[in-house]
Ligand binder design. Structure first.
Ligand code: NDP
Length: 327
């Protein structure tokens, strides 16, 4: 039977005020789907891009890319899952800002016993992103010196710890002294404050003039210049986000002038496009957490209905680590 649940929906692009706490109808699961009751929802920067219109989405829409919860009903043809089971998902489709939702079973992952629903909702998106960035986009090797921006954000705190576990030397950037302290505690060997000035010059200093074989940049517009000037010859520039705004267009010739660089603009969906890739990616994330090498850090919790405030805090750089919304 269709049921009515609380959700946060937008009907137009705009500021946090367009996030509306509304009642939406959730039907019975169709073939291949489950009905999921969320127990925890992850907050991610992508929802700010989708709300503002930087990323176009079809309206109206219930935002939210990441959640964890319990299966309440199962549609025809679903195998391998049962009612009452704890599952999570990330990065497949919007709709997580809701008490309940329908979701394709083949895009779910089972949450191991040792991992709470909150932790799953906090790390699945950022953690699977970290995994593909460090293990596939550029394969980080022991001894590599790596520049990672926004080092104590949701993705950042997972990435700095994971980089250390891989034997890398981590240069992290942050905006405040407090964040710098947290970055150090989580494995950053060198922490640079943007306010300290020329990031690329400092990276060159640390690397004996060579630059780094890879830069991971999710800040975008504001750090592009420093990033591209920090990459070593034939190194890789990984631009994976736009927290400060989108990077303007560039000429391919620039990559030659800066040292025959590789430039990629990856997104999680393309690294977990098959169910097999999704399961392998999540399994590696859960295993690195189980090993204790990456310790999830939930910096903030908000009630789902207060997601506007949560987004304001994320966009104004007040948060650290992962943020969880409680339905
Ligand atoms: P974060 O928790 O990392 O928050 C963003 C951080 O970016 C801030 O805390 C801030 O850290 C830094 N920042 C620098 N400049 C600005 C600015 N002008 N406005 C706001 N923040 C700024 O967010 P998430 O962990 O959710 O995401 C991190 C990034 O990774 C985002 O850009 C996101 O889009 C991207 N991403 C990309 C994916 C992909 O597959 N391509 C998947 C997942 C995330 P500080 O104050 O220290 O500078």
């Amino acid at each position: 039977m269709p049921q009515t649940v609380n959700a946060v929906r937008i009907h137009e692009h705009g500021g946090p005020e367009v996030l509306r706490w509304e009642q939406v109808e959730v039907g019975d699961p169709g073939p291949g789907e489950v009905l999921l009751r969320h127990t925890a929802i992850g907050l991610n920067f992508i929802e700010i891009y989708q709300r503002s219109g930087l990323y176009k989405v079809q309206l109206p829409i219930v935002l939210g890319q990441e959640g964890a919860g319990v299966i309440e009903a199962i549609g025809a043809g679903v195998t391998g899952y049962k009612v009452g089971e704890r599952v999570g998902y990330a990065g497949y489709s919007a709709g997580a800002y809701s008490e309940k939702r329908l979701f394709p079973a083949e895009r779910l992952v089972k949450i191991p016993d040792a991992i709470s629903d909150e932790v799953a909702a906090a790390v699945l998106l950022g953690g699977m992103t970290t995994r593909y960035l460090l293990r596939e986009t550029y394969v980080v090797k022991p001894g590599d010196t790596v520049l990672f921006h926004a080092a104590v954000g949701g993705v950042g705190l997972i990435a700095t710890q994971w980089l250390k576990a891989l034997g890398a030397i981590v240069i992290g950037t942050v905006s405040t002294k407090e964040k710098a302290e947290l970055a150090k505690q989580n494995g950053c060997d060198h922490v640079l404050l943007y306010s300290d000035g020329d990031i690329a010059a400092k990276v060159r200093e640390i690397t004996g003039g060579k630059g780094v074989p890879v830069v991971y940049d999710s800040v975008g517009k504001d750090t592009w210049e420093a990033s591209i000037n920090s990459v070593a010859q034939r190194g890789m520039m990984v631009s994976f986000g736009n927290a400060s705004g989108a990077v303007p267009a560039i000429e391919p010739l620039l990559l030659s002038q800066k040292g025959s660089l590789f430039l990629t603009r990856p997104t999680l969906g393309h690294y977990v496009s098959t169910p097999e890739a999704l399961q392998a990616n999540a399994a590696e994330l859960f295993s690195v957490i189980a090993s204790g090498k990456v310790k999830p850090h939930i910096g903030q919790r908000y009630a789902l209905k207060d997601v506007a405030q949560a987004q304001i805090d994320l966009a104004s750089r007040k948060t650290v680590g992962s943020t969880v919304l409680i339905p």
